[in-house]
Structure formats: structure tokens, C-alpha cells
Write a protein of this length. Sequence first.
Length: 130
Amino acid sequence: MRKLLAILATALFLISATAQASGGGGGGGPSPYAKLETLTVNLQGLTQYLQVNMVLKVAKPEIAESIKGWNPVIRHELILLLSSQTGEELATLAGKQKVMGLIKAAVNKVLKLDAKDGVTDVLFESFVIQ
């Protein structure tokens, strides 16, 4: 009987630890990511367009909620920013990294936060130039 209780206790411990590590359970709280809706813009020159899905990594989960409230302004700023780029610039790794920094700065400007307290990274889920 003691062996059975020890096995059950170990199993419960492992399940609990796994749930906590994966963000499950009651203590995990909100996600430190804010997913934006798909953006589709004409690129500079009007012969190509960009369709991009991105997720913003934020310093604190509360910032993700703030991004939802500022969504129209953020989308507006990102449309202006992305539509000023060329397909040639964005086709390179350096171009993508540059625009990631510009996106981060633009969103943090809207939120009136710096890179340490606001958006800390930009993650592309899809990035299509056509």
C-alpha cells in the first residue's frame, strides 16, 4: 500500500511540475505574447505586396492587454511603416531584422514605453512577398 501511495504521489508531482512548466495551472497567468491580426500592405512601388503574421513578445503580460486596446493605432503605424519598404529590402535576412527593430520601436512609441518595458521582440509567423 505504501508503494502505491508513493507511486501516486510521484505521479501527481510530475503532472503538477509539467503543468507549471508549460504555463498551465492557476499560477501561470496571461501570456507574455501579443498576436496581431494579419497585415497585408502594398510595398513601395505598388508592384508587390507583403502579407505578414506576427507575434509581439512583451516584457509583462499586462502589455499584451494594452496592445489590444491600442490595436487600431498600432495597425495604422505598422501599415505606414511596412508600406514604405521595398520587396528587395525585405527579401534579405538583414532587411527582415531591420524591419523587426522598426516594428518594435513603432509599437513601443504608441505604447509610450521603451524596449525594456514594452515590446522586447517581434516574431514572424508568416512573411510573404508577392
